[in-house]
Design a protein around this ligand. Structure first.
Ligand SMILES: Cc1cc2nc3c(=O)[nH]c(=O)nc-3n(C[C@H](O)[C@H](O)[C@H](O)COP(=O)(O)OP(=O)(O)OC[C@H]3O[C@@H](n4cnc5c(N)ncnc54)[C@H](O)[C@@H]3O)c2cc1C
Length: 615
């Protein structure tokens, strides 16, 4: 194996001192040229043998027209057998000098395929390639008009039929949806829809983003008033336009909303607000959707070829049904409807749930002198925000990371290069460090009776997020209120409600003027059921999760997040969303898949994921 990684040298044994081992650059160059030569020869076996027996190759669109991770030589062999001819990859090069640490050589690479250009990250060990990330970043002949390719703006010269930018924008807006159909309709204009809309705009794909709210950003404006982003600014940038350098570390929700509104405008995202999609159906024969919308009271039908549901993974509330809810005389609402604490001073509030929203809402209610009880129904993973920032995110997303040359774009690719299958192995030690650092806090929480967990395998927050999208709190202070007993803690399932109380399974009665159901959100294919049909929702299956066989993420192993940003079992239907980092990074791959289809570039999808779960 190693001979393929090292320069071929002939030694007789009678010569002078042994030669120095090859440098990381020489090893990577040797590997890339051996890989490229095997690929050019169409020799899948030879290419496969360059990988370590235990290896992971994650491909984001470049080879597979899918988001897929294959494992070990069998996986590499099958990916190459299926994709090599069409992908026709070439020109593998390093883009900077590789580094070596603990016997692993890491190299940033570039390459080309028949239709596009790609970037990647390769990790080599003595056994061959251990991890390989290949990503497509542009299609040949369809490069984005950026930097040297940016538009002129002004048209120098003199002409009688001159139109201004404003006039052209107005004409375009007038035509869209009337005389010109959008190729892509993005339903949902939160951060996900907006980021995708910006990318499609740059790529010249006629697309329209619609949202039922009156203004871009209203999804954040409508959330409880104390909300600030839980993730720090370095993790949160949108594509193309980064937050300014004075942007707060944790942006308040209304500031995020204003940024989204401003971004939509300056990035010229075609966006219809006050527009609700009410029904959609797909015509197999024409490959076209009919989407009924209500635009500010006016009914219209749009006919896109591609339909993206960017309707939010935290958008479809799970509202529990408890006996007696209809008898309850106080106020009750899901956390997504919670207006904030102002009206509840002196009131008794029971918050059902013990994750992010529950803690944020309890904290704000306590600050406004409400009498608050949190009902914990299952264990929660808590990490302190500063520990998460320093230990969990700092190496990739922080000022220090930037100073060390880890740009947002690099950080996104490094993060993407860690195979989901083994990500927990890298995460567990980080969360052990966090646990040790904040042990005294965790002891106090447990003494208060709070049930803590660290994920089924101790791998903490990111994996809980990727696997199930719930079950955690990034502590920005409210956990202390529970530890101190300022926010009361009750435990167990809710049995029923009476006119004035919430009654738990063990008979505990909690008096309440307000009940908040901080009970999370449902799978995004529920949106497809509402809008299209249950049949299509079931055809597509559960959205999100890795198939890790941990709580709320049933197997079998998928290797990628189910149905996100990639082709689904329903032609022409896509799901987009996630946190700001995911919206930024994965919108690129979704946009390229949509652009290729718009341009008629063949997009043979490798290994379309089968459906194992309906929701
Ligand atoms: C309390 C809370 C705190 C959070 N904190 C963070 C954080 O710190 N960082 C982070 O990255 N994420 C955070 N999230 C997750 C957050 O929901 C998502 O990151 C983000 O809102 C998802 O963006 P999105 O565009 O995918 O969906 P959303 O922002 O939910 O937007 C979906 C949009 O779809 C629209 N829509 C739905 N159905 C239709 C229809 N039929 N017709 C027209 N429009 C429709 C809705 O009006 C909505 O505007 C938080 C979520 C919550 C609930």
């Amino acid at each position: 194996m190693t001979q393929t990684l090292e320069p071929q040298t002939e030694r007789t044994g009678s010569e002078g001192p042994a030669e120095a081992p090859p440098s990381p650059q020489q090893r990577v160059d040797g590997w890339l040229s051996a890989f490229e030569s095997a690929l050019t020869d169409g020799d899948v076996e030879r290419a496969t043998s360059l990988f370590a027996p235990t290896c992971f190759w994650r491909d984001l669109v470049a080879f597979s027209w899918n988001l897929t991770t294959v494992e070990n030589r069998d996986g590499v062999r099958s990916l190459l057998t299926a994709t090599l001819e069409a992908a026709s990859p070439s020109t593998f090069r390093t883009s900077e000098e590789p580094t070596e640490e603990d016997g692993v050589v890491t190299a940033w690479i570039t390459f080309e395929t028949a239709v596009g250009r790609g970037r990647g990250l390769l990790r080599l060990t003595d056994e061959g390639a251990w991890t390989l990330l290949t990503t497509l970043y542009e299609l040949k002949g369809h490069e984005e008009p950026l930097r040297g390719g940016r538009p002129m703006g002004a048209e120098h010269g003199a002409r009688k039929d001159r139109t201004t930018w404003t006039e052209r924008r107005a004409a375009e807006e007038e035509a869209l949806g009337h005389t010109v159909q959008p190729e892509v309709l993005v339903i949902g204009g939160g951060q996900g829809g907006i980021a995708l809309g910006a990318r499609l705009r740059q790529l010249g794909v006629p697309a329209l983003v619609i949202d039922r709210y009156a203004r871009p950003g209203d999804q954040w404006r409508s959330r409880y008033k104390s909300l600030c982003l839980h993730d720090p600014v370095w993790y949160d940038h949108l594509p193309y336009l980064k937050f300014p350098e004075n942007w707060p570390v944790f942006a308040p929700k209304d500031k995020v909303a204003d940024w989204l509104e401003f971004y939509t405008k300056v990035m010229e995202v075609p966006y219809w607000s006050s527009t609700t999609a009410t029904k959609a159906s797909y015509d197999e024969a024409s490959g076209e959707w009919s989407v009924e919308i209500d635009r500010d009271g006016v009914a219209m039908t749009l006919h896109p070829r591609q339909l993206v549901l960017a309707t939010g993974m935290s958008g479809k509330p799970n509202v529990p049904n408890f006996p007696g809810q209809e008898l309850f005389a106080g106020e009750q609402h899901h956390s997504s409807q919670h207006p904030g604490p102002d009206a509840y001073a002196g009131k008794k509030v029971v918050v059902i749930g013990s994750n992010n929203s529950a803690f944020d809402i309890c904290g704000a209610l306590w600050e406004h002198d409400a009498d608050v009880t949190m009902v914990q129904r299952s264990s929660t993973h808590i990490v302190k925000s500063d520990s998460l920032m320093e230990i969990g995110l700092g190496a990739l997303y922080s000022e220090e990371a930037l100073a060390a040359g880890v740009t947002t774009e690099k950080a996104d690719l490094i993060f993407a290069s860690l195979p989901y299958r083994i990500m927990h192995e890298f995460q567990i030690p980080l969360y052990q460090q966090m646990r040790e650092r904040d042990q005294e806090f965790y002891d106090r929480m447990e003494r208060a009776g709070f049930d803590l967990d660290w994920g089924d395998d101790g791998s903490g927050l990111f994996l809980k997020y990727l696997r199930r999208g719930s079950g955690y709190y990034i502590d920005v202070g409210a956990a202390e209120l529970v530890a101190d007993g300022e926010v009361k803690l009750a435990k167990g399932e809710v049995d029923h409600l009476t006119e004035r109380t919430v009654v738990l399974a063990d008979g505990t009665e909690l008096e309440a003027d307000l009940v908040v159901y901080a009970t999370g959100y449902g799978s995004m294919n529920g949106w497809a059921a509402d809008l299209i049909s249950q049949e299509v929702a079931d055809r597509v299956g559960k959205v999100w999760g890795l198939g890790s066989e941990t709580t709320k993420d049933p197997g079998p192993w998928e290797g990628e997040q189910r149905n996100m940003w990639k082709p689904t079992q329903q032609p022409g239907l896509w799901f987009h969303g996630g946190n700001l980092h995911q919206s930024r990074h994965y919108s690129l791959y979704l946009a390229l898949q949509l652009k290729a289809r718009y341009e008629g570039i063949p997009t043979p999808v490798h290994d379309l994921a089968p459906v194992h779960h309906l929701s």
